[in-house]
Design a protein around this ligand. Structure first.
Ligand code: FMN
Length: 220
């Protein structure tokens, strides 16, 4: 029988494997369990070694993963909310609305996502007003997302420009941006069954998931 203390002193390839061990008591006779533990440690070790981190830095990262917050305003068909929920699952993030968020709250987070539907070529006013109330920050990581009737690379750049400028002027560093189509029954469209019925669809949500995975992998 070994305890978490013993495991803390296990070595692999002459490097101490001193993480993922808290509060564990392992029966060494159970080969599979031991094998599983070693391979978990090995893959974690390799993952961080590729990034050139020391064991103590690995421990710090492993023990305190990125804390993420999503601020989302979505009302038309909850399109952006659906995208936000997928991203939040991947990032293990909290989702809040601008109305129920104190503008200082992001200080408890490492990464903040800002998302809404697009109205008249900009994020919804509720999110833009919230951005105006944010305090000045020092290079805090943020990302922007939206759903819209019409999409495309240039459309995204233009639709996001108002929010992007506001956030950058507050000192946020925008690490990535995401947009996909959302069901739209605005004004006359409702008489024709709307546009983008069923969007965001499974594929859109898969892209949102990949986008969030990528944010997670990019720790800079
Ligand atoms: C009042 C209103 C204005 C809109 N203006 C635009 C627009 O300028 N450009 C666009 O691509 N889509 C526009 N749309 C479509 C929405 O951006 C789209 O349906 C979005 O997915 C809605 O997001 P939500 O369900 O999260 O609120 C508009 C929708 C509404 C209701």
């Amino acid at each position: 029988m070994i305890t978490s203390n013993t495991i803390k002193h296990l070595h692999y390839n002459n490097e101490p494997l001193e993480f993922v061990c808290d509060a564990m008591t392992i029966d060494l006779g159970t080969y599979c369990l031991k094998h599983k533990l070693i391979s978990t440690l090995e893959s974690t070790n390799n993952r961080f070694r590729r990034k050139g981190l020391s064991v103590s830095e690995m421990n710090a990262k492993e023990m305190s993963p990125l804390k993420s917050l999503l601020i989302v305003y979505s009302y038309h068909h909850n399109n952006t909310q659906k995208v936000a929920e997928v991203m939040a699952r991947v990032l293990d993030a909290d989702i809040k609305t601008p109305q129920n968020t104190n503008p200082e709250e992001h200080q408890n987070y490492d990464l903040v996502g800002f998302g809404a539907g697009i109205d008249s070529g900009k994020h919804y006013r509720e999110l833009l007003d919230f951005a105006d109330k944010l305090p000045q920050v020092n290079n805090k990581k943020a990302f922007i997302f939206s759903t819209a009737g019409l999409t495309g690379e240039k459309k995204l750049a233009k639709d996001h420009s108002t929010l992007r400028e506001k956030l950058e002027s507050k000192g946020f560093r925008i690490v990535d941006e995401f947009q996909c189509k959302g069901f739209n029954t605005n004004v006359f469209l409702k008489y024709f069954g709307g546009m983008n019925k069923g969007r965001p669809n499974e594929e859109d949500l898969k892209h949102a998931e990949e986008f969030a995975q990528n944010l997670k992998g990019n720790e800079n």
